[in-house]
Write a protein that binds this ligand. Sequence first.
Ligand code: C2O
Ligand code: CU
Ligand code: CU
Length: 466
Amino acid sequence: MSRRSLLRAGACLALCALSPPGRASPSAVREIRIVAAPTSAPLTGKGEVDVWAYGGQIPGSELRLRQGEPVRIVVENRLEQDTTVHWHGIRLPNAMDGVPGLTQPPIRPGESFVYEFTPPDAGTFWYHPHANSLEQLGRGLAGALIVDEAEPIPVDRDLLWVLADWRIDESGQIWPGFGNMMEAGMSGRVGNTVTLNGAVPADQPVRAGERIRLRLLNSSLARIMALRLEGHDPVIIARDGQPCDPHVIEGGRLLLGPAMRVDLLIDMQGEPGRRYQVTDEFYEGLGYELTGFAYSNELALRTTALDPLRLLPNPLSEPDLANALRHELTLEGGMMSLMMGGGMMHGMRGMSGMGQAVWSINGTSMTGDGHAGMKPLFALEREGSHLITIRNQTRWWHPMHLHGFSFRVLTRNGSSVPHNQWADTVLLAPEDAVEIAFVADNPGDWMLHCHVTDHQMAGLMTVLRV
Ligand code: C2O
Ligand code: CU
Ligand code: CU
């Protein structure tokens, strides 16, 4: 036995002696520490911007977990206010979901909370606070959480673009006016500066012929994106972390609302030495160049076309549509509301006193971030298959998110959604109706809300009980 392995054996003996027999040794669980604290970051390329961040960086430390491997994440709060962390898209026990009051007490300044879970699904996820969400997310608290497949897929590079939108004022700092009710009733706090991995985007260097997995995450408070990758034919291989049938982007325009993720497989088909634009053209008349693929002058890495590739499915339960129980969620409110003239604002029954409501779901409005005593809108029979129709009866777009589950997106405005798509956040255009379905196999009280954070805070939120 070498000295090194001897030492290791000794360390194990010491640890094993501490853990009671019959339990896994403590070294079986990986432990990660994350600190949430104020710091500064060169977001704009014009000096430092005061931010709040995980691990002292924007975006927050990238977490890489392994599918099926337990993890313990200790979150330390060095902010001057309460916080929590929500592991967006991860199917985990309700007590680990990070909703203050509802699933855990808030983490007070100076205190820590230990999150423990085992990610069942491989894919692209993220984490962010669920306390004072508008300001905490708006000041930078967000990070990517990637769960690696047991067998990595054969690509030349695995890239991550965390896209974020900021409202920077004349002094070069984050404009503090969070929670403007006028904005909350419209598109939410859309900013004026978009960053890619925490900086004003530089070109993305690429080589002809290489195959890239590009993970996109829109961590913005409110900005919806419609990306176009000039000169390329990316294939969507996953949405919100869940593999789908590989398919090209419809109309070449990739919609990415707040909280949404898309994994693309791109065979870099451009010419050496050339540059190709990546643009965002969601808001009419406000299109801009996000970044560009800058090809090196090297010869193509390969010249023959590669075989198509698909990700292995995650262990999701397929809903039994023939016997699914049906539910309806109707979104109403906002400016220029269809019902505004009819006394809509008075008609909303506020369910909590934590802020003004300008939106409602089935006539009720939960505001804020989640708190104790939120009554579920309805209960879903455990282990049953459930089909929920979400109707957007407003003039605004809403990325609707359900905690604790991935759901199948079945139909949109009566047409079936192709390519076997699962998601945790579904984007609804004004007057859209979508049908989603899932098996209620995860007990607890689960948030369902719009991920335009101003909308969530102002009433576009509810709780479903399983
Ligand atoms: Cu990412 Cu309650 O949300
Ligand atoms: Cu979530
Ligand atoms: Cu919304």
